[in-house]
Design a protein around this ligand. Structure first.
Ligand SMILES: NC(=[NH2+])NCCC[C@H](N)C(=O)O
Length: 302
């Protein structure tokens, strides 16, 4: 089994509520390394990459500078043959995470990605009402939006639309839906998740993102979960994914040598009274990256 690297993406400037800047350190402090060690993994914690507003022109520039540095960290880990857990940080950290992963794979083949989220995060600066960069990462990875986000490592289109599936969506603006539909990205809205169960949807997504790809990963926004079970996040939306279903689904990532990274974003410890959401995040990480008994296949039938 590969060594697991934990990368801390210390950024909240991409969100309106910046409290998730403290997410990675709070998760480490609450014993994430120990949770994964108990689940059989040997873990190495990388030096945190921290967004620095004082050296930037504006919010977009903070995210752009952070993304370049974070992408280098991810590139080194993936090139070194290590599996990665990325702890956010607001979801703009995905720009650096998956740009680094795509760059590491460039000579081997494509990268597949499952994006679990209540939102589509597929705005460009032209379409975003809020102008919040954390609403833009998926568009950027598909090659749309600010060049500072799309052109990391000098090339754009880190993801191909046919190798991306978005699951859990229940809050979005029309323009971002239109972009993803025009590109042909498969979107599994929350109604479909509620009808079929999350694990069968995730299994379908896994088949799509692994076919023809050299490697794949999961970007999991904590707001994809039901806010009853994971309230500590900046933009919660009711009626989300049940935690037990998310854990069952993520166990499909285990033991797959092509599964290179799990990213968990938008956890805001400043709202996490009692630590309920931290426990949910630990459970997700262990489900996706731990060793041990996998979920029986019958639980995954549509
Ligand atoms: N990663 C997130 N929590 N994104 C929320 C985005 C919300 C909204 N669509 C916006 O662009 O402002």
């Amino acid at each position: 089994m590969k060594t697991l690297d934990i990368a801390s993406a210390v950024i909240g400037e991409g969100a309106k509520d910046g409290g998730c800047k403290y997410g990675a350190s709070a998760l480490l402090k609450s014993g994430m390394v120990q949770s994964l060690a108990r689940a059989g993994r040997s873990v190495q914690t990388l030096a945190a990459v921290t967004a620095d507003p004082m050296s930037a022109r504006d919010r977009m520039d903070v995210v752009a500078r952070f993304s370049r540095e974070h992408a280098e960290t991810v590139l080194r880990a993936v090139r070194g043959g290590r599996q990665l857990l990325v702890l956010g940080g607001d979801h703009s950290c995905a720009i650096g995470t998956w740009s680094g992963a795509a760059q590491a794979l460039a000579l081997k083949g494509r990268l597949g990605l499952i994006w679990v989220d209540a939102h589509l995060d597929a705005h460009t600066p032209q379409t975003s009402e809020s102008q919040a960069p954390h609403g833009m990462p998926l568009a950027a990875l598909l090659g749309h939006g600010s060049a500072a986000f799309t052109e990391i490592f000098g090339w754009s289109g880190k993801l191909n639309p046919e190798n991306v599936v978005v699951i859990g969506v229940r809050s979005y603006e029309p323009a971002e839906r239109a972009l993803l539909e025009a590109l042909g990205v498969r979107i599994i809205y929350m109604e479909e998740v509620a009808r079929r169960g999350f694990a069968p949807c995730f299994a379908e997504a896994k088949a799509a993102v692994t076919s023809g790809c050299a490697a794949w990963g999961v970007s999991f926004d904590v707001d994809g979960l039901d806010p009853e079970e994971a309230p500590a996040t900046g933009t919660p939306v009711d009626n989300g994914i049940p935690l037990d279903q998310a854990m069952a689904a993520l166990s499909l990532c285990r033991d797959d040598p092509r599964f290179i990274a799990l990213e968990i974003a938008e956890y805001n410890p400043l709202k996490d009274f009692g630590g309920k959401t931290a426990r949910a995040v630990h459970a997700l990480a262990v489900a996706g990256l731990g060793l041990g008994v996998p979920v029986p296949a019958e639980d995954l039938v549509s």
